[in-house]
Design a protein around this ligand. Structure first.
Ligand SMILES: Cc1ncc(COP(=O)(O)O)c(C=O)c1O
Length: 425
C-alpha cells in the first residue's frame, strides 16, 4: 500500500480531521459546482490536441472527461523551486525519487533545477526514465532474480550514470558476475537499513563488510551508501520527527565513517524524503535527499505538520488532484461521483474535496466516490457537477493514470505521459 509503517499511517489519520479542517479553511479557493454540460474531452482527444508538444485547443480543466489526473503548474513549480532553494541554502543536494511522479517531464524539471540525478524504485522505472532522456539514475531497490539483474546491468551498459543498490553478499556476487559477463563495470551502493528491517543491511560491520566486498569484486565500482528512513517521514510533529531522524541517522553516519576509515569511496550518502528534507542536512556526511512526494503532496503528508505550521505540513502545496463528476444526486445528505478506488485508491486518510471544509469524500467503492455533506445542508451537488479532490497518497494514485494534465489557472497547458506508469517490475 504505502511505503510507511502502518503505525505512522494511523498516526497521521488520527490528527487528520483537525489538520484537514484547518488546511481547508486556509486554502480558501472553492472550486466546485460547475457547468453540468461541460464537453468532456477524452484522454485520446487531449493527446491529439497536444501531439506537437503545444496545446492546439483551448480546454479548461472543467471540460475534461473524468476521472482525470491534474497537476497545478504554478503549485508544482513553486514546490520544485522551494526544494531547490532549500537544498542550496542547506548545502546538500537532491536526488528526487521518480517513483512518485513516474513522469519524465517532471524528472527533467527537477534536473533543470540542479538535482544531481533521480532515484527509481524498479528497473523498469529506470528504463522508462532513461528512454526519456534521464541519464543519472540511482535504483534504490535491489534486483534479486537473474532476469532483473541482467536488465539492470544491460541498462548500465547503455547508461553510464546508472547506479544500483544492493544489500547482501550473494546479490553483490550475482551483480559482479553479470557485469563481468557483459564486459562492463557497474556502479553500486550499499543499502543500509535505518532500523526498520524492510530492505538494507544492518549498520556497522555488516554494511562495511559488504562495501569492502563490492570494492574487491570484479565488474563493480563501489560508490557509497543509501539509508532511507521510511518510518521517519510521516512522524507527526516536526520536533518529534527531527529528534527521531537525527538520532537514528547517527548510526548511518558512523557506518559511513567506518567505510571512510577503511579507504572506501564514499562519495554518495543518499537518504531522507519529503518529511525530513529540511532536517537531513544535519546528518553528518549525507550528500543528497531522495525526496519524492514534495512535488504533489497529499492528504497523508499534510497531516504531519511542519516546522513553521505545526498542524499542517504546508511547506509544499497540494498540486495534484483528481477531477471527478457527480453521477447521482437523488439522496439526501450525499452524492455519488465517478472516482472511486480505481481512480483514487483506498488509501487513507480519504481524499479531500478542494475548497470544502465539511464534506467527507470516500473512495472505497471500485467505481464510485461517496460525497457526504455531513452537517452542511447548504451543499447540494447536481449530476454533472465537477469537483477536485486532493489525493490520499500521491504515488499509487499517479500509477493509475496514463497521462496527467498540466493546468495553469483553469487552462490545460500540457498533457504529460506518465511513462513509467505500471512499471512495478
Ligand atoms: C527508498 C525511497 N527513497 C525516497 C522515497 C521518497 O519518499 P517521500 O515520498 O516521502 O519523499 C521513498 C518513498 O517511499 C523511498 O522508498
Amino acid at each position: 500500500m504505502i511505503d510507511i509503517p502502518i503505525e505512522r499511517s494511523e498516526a497521521s489519520m488520527t490528527s487528520n480531521s483537525i489538520s484537514r479542517r484547518r488546511f481547508l479553511q486556509a486554502s480558501g479557493a472553492a472550486a466546485i459546482g460547475l457547468p453540468s454540460l461541460a464537453r468532456g474531452y477524452t484522454a485520446s482527444e487531449m493527446r491529439g490536441f497536444y501531439a506537437n508538444g503545444e496545446m492546439s485547443a483551448n480546454v479548461s480543466k472543467w471540460e475534461l472527461d473524468t476521472p482525470a489526473l491534474c497537476v497545478d503548474l504554478d503549485l508544482l513549480e513553486a514546490n520544485l523551486d522551494h526544494m531547490a532553494s532549500t537544498m542550496t541554502a542547506n548545502g546538500i543536494a537532491s536526488r528526487p525519487h521518480a517513483k512518485t511522479h513516474k513522469c519524465p517531464t517532471i524528472a527533467h524539471m527537477q534536473m533543470d533545477r540542479g538535482s544531481v540525478g533521480i532515484c527509481t524504485a524498479k528497473v523498469s522505472e529506470a528504463e522508462a526514465m532513461f528512454q526519456n532522456g534521464i541519464d543519472q539514475i540511482l535504483n534504490t531497490t535491489g534486483n534479486v532474480t537473474p532476469t532483473k539483474i541482467r536488465r539492470a546491468m544491460n541498462l548500465r551498459a547503455q547508461c553510464p550514470g546508472f547506479i544500483q543498490a544492493t544489500d547482501s553478499e550473494p546479490n553483490a556476487r550475482l551483480l559482479s558476475e553479470a557485469a563481468v559477463a557483459m564486459g562492463i563495470t557497474a556502479d553500486v551502493v550499499v543499502d543500509v537499513d535505518p532500523g526498520i528491517r524492510r530492505t538494507g543491511t544492518p549498520f556497522g560491520q555488516p554494511s562495511l563488510q559488504l562495501a569492502q566486498l563490492i570494492d574487491q569484486l570484479p565488474g563493480l565500482n563501489f560508490r557509497g551508501m543509501l539509508c532511507y528512513d521510511a518510518a521517519a517521514q510521516h512522524v507527526v510533529g516536526f520536533q518529534t520527527r527531527k529528534a527521531q531522524t537525527l538520532e537514528r541517522m547517527v548510526q548511518a553516519t558512523d557506518t559511513l565513517e567506518l567505510m571512510q576509515r577503511s579507504g572506501l569511496n564514499t562519495e554518495i550518502f543518499s537518504g531522507g524524503g519529503t518529511g525530513t528534507y529540511n532536517i537531513d542536512h544535519e546528518t553528518k556526511g549525507m550528500t543528497d535527499v531522495q525526496v519524492g512526494s514534495y512535488v504533489f503532496m497529499d492528504a497523508q503528508y499534510i497531516a504531519i505538520g511542519g516546522e513553521e505550521d505545526i498542524e499542517v505540513y504546508s511547506d509544499f502545496a497540494t498540486s495534484l488532484t483528481v477531477m471527478t463528476t457527480v453521477l447521482n444526486d437523488q439522496y439526501e445528505g450525499r452524492a455519488t461521483s465517478d472516482a472511486g478506488a480505481k481512480a483514487c485508491t483506498i488509501n487513507q486518510p480519504w481524499p479531500i474535496v478542494k475548497g470544502e471544509s465539511n464534506i467527507t469524500y470516500r473512495s472505497g467503492s471500485d467505481e464510485f466516490g461517496t460525497i457526504l455533506y455531513g452537517d452542511d445542508p447548504s451543499r447540494n451537488y447536481k449530476v454533472g457537477d465537477k469537483l477536485e479532490v486532493i489525493v490520499s497518497h500521491c504515488d499509487p494514485v499517479v500509477n493509475l493514470y496514463d497521462q496527467m494534465y498540466a493546468i495553469r489557472g483553469d487552462k490545460v497547458e500540457a498533457v504529460w505521459p506518465i511513462s513509467a506508469r505500471g512499471m512495478s517490475a
